[in-house]
Ligand binder design. Structure first.
Ligand SMILES: Nc1ncnc2c1ncn2[C@@H]1O[C@H](COP(=O)(O)OP(=O)(O)OP(=O)(O)O)[C@@H](O)[C@H]1O
Length: 282
């Protein structure tokens, strides 16, 4: 005879410990899956970013990099799995309180900045989590920080220019300055060098190198398609392929010919000279 179903009896899951991220983790994914239709665009990803680390995320088109960053930015929830961001757990925190603690630069966000917004306003509005100036008043301190960032990112002469008139490289720098406006504890940069010419890319790599070497800078995650864009000073890499983590660990052990070939499904030869990487077909 089978025991009668006891609706009051807690399920085994009720006895499981609630997820608590590691103490030194600024971002922790545990078995994270994102399902869209019949496809898992992220499939059981485990990944931990600790304070002070600077991560590169690489993988082929459609591997799930931007989806991963949207989750890390608390702008998307996984279908299953757990996510710790800073000292909070996604699903048990007011994301509107969490988001100002995370700096995000992405193409998606760039599309939300109005063409007529000035550079200065595109940066300062991040303090209210907005992408456009409305009727809000800013403290002197906010204005000083915005001006400081605008100047630090080489945009001083453009402070009053409209966002819509900027070159791709200038826009990218505005978005990074904006991402830093709230003095975030976690910085997420989704393809910041996409669309830049060679000089623009090199200037950006130099600025990101300086940021990586700044001990006061937040833990950083940089999504890129090209190993040439990896700034010296970055410490770790995560390789994604078809939604799964193929490799994750210290940069030099992860950005290897073998690992990159596996992630991209094609034979690649990776070389490193003076802290910079190149990759060509093997
Ligand atoms: N809402 C959705 N419904 C169905 N599929 C989706 C949805 N959003 C994303 N995808 C798919 O999920 C996969 C991962 O997308 P994602 O943008 O995260 O990849 P990516 O690694 O950033 O790609 P890329 O390098 O091309 O920017 C892609 O195949 C994409 O088509």
């Amino acid at each position: 005879m089978t025991a009668p179903h006891d609706a009051a009896r807690p399920s085994p899951a009720a006895f499981e410990e609630p997820f608590t991220p590691d103490e030194d983790a600024v971002l922790q994914l545990h078995g994270v899956t994102v399902r869209r239709g019949a496809k898992d665009i992220l499939a059981g990803v485990d990944w931990t970013v600790r304070a002070g680390e600077r991560w590169i995320v690489m993988g082929p088109n459609g591997a799930g990099k931007s989806t991963l960053l949207q989750i890390a930015a608390s702008r998307m929830f996984p279908t299953s799995g757990e996510v710790g961001i800073l000292d909070e757990v996604l699903g048990a925190v007011d994301v509107f309180e969490l988001r100002p603690r995370i700096g995000l630069s992405s193409a998606l966000l760039a599309n939300q900045v109005r063409e007529e917004e000035t550079v200065q306003d595109a940066v300062i509005t991040a303090s209210y989590g907005m992408t456009g100036r409305w009727r809000e008043e800013y403290e002197l301190e906010d204005r000083a920080r915005a001006l400081g960032l605008v100047s630090e990112w080489g945009l001083a002469r453009l402070a009053h220019r409209r966002f819509g008139t900027l070159s791709e490289g200038e826009r990218k720098r505005v978005l990074i300055a904006r991402a830093l406006m709230t003095d975030p504890e976690l910085l997420l940069l989704d393809e910041p060098a996409a669309g830049l010419d060679l000089a623009g890319r090199e200037a950006l790599v130099a600025q990101l190198t300086a940021l990586a070497e700044d001990e006061a800078a937040p833990a950083t995650v940089l999504v890129t398609h090209h190993v040439e864009e990896v700034p010296p000073g970055f410490t770790h890499a995560l390789l994604l392929s078809e939604g799964a983590a193929v490799a994750a660990g210290p940069l030099e052990e992860t950005l290897t010919s073998e690992r990159l070939s596996e992630a991209f499904g094609t034979a690649l030869k990776v070389t490193r000279a003076d802290g910079r990487y190149t990759a060509v077909a093997a």
